[in-house]
Design a protein around this ligand. Sequence first.
Ligand code: SF4
Length: 191
Amino acid sequence: MEPAVLARREEKIQVAMIALCGCWGCTLSFLDMDERLLDLLEKVSITRSSLTDIKRIPHQCAIGFIEGGVANEENIETLTHFRENCDILISVGACAVWGGVPAMRNMVSLGECLKEAYIDSPTAPPQSKSVIPCHEDIPRLTSKVYPCHEVVKMDYFIPGCPPDADAIFKVLDDLVNGREVDLPTSLTRYD
Ligand code: SF4
């Protein structure tokens, strides 16, 4: 959807956020917009927030913010649901953009990773009690951690770990006011 079309809507612009495999740090950057959030709320309604972690949205939203990468099957289902129900989808932060810290496990096989974490770790219980968790309620891990755009189409990217609140505000402000997104290099971080 073109930003200009978005801005011409008479009703409030519906925004939804969700966290996949990350640390919620990007959500805190969202909150760091502080009082600017109050001004935005005149034009924007936040339908879903990562703070409630409700992984389904009840109706079509204009903008979806995704924090975190894809590390398990539940992440794939959630991301696909957001893609189907958001006109514009934005990767927020290093984990969503390229996998981030969780993607460090891609250097070894999933089996080696789980063995190191649960069996061989110095903090694991004695060998006879060590066990790799496995239960139908625990989402199945994917063999690798993926950035969001390798699973579904993403429309915009805000890098950084986490991105500055100024960067998130700039992208959101551009969209709700019908401008093409233009994130200056001064607000673009790769750490
Ligand atoms: S990008 Fe950084 S701050 Fe954001 S979820 Fe990943 S680790 Fe946390």
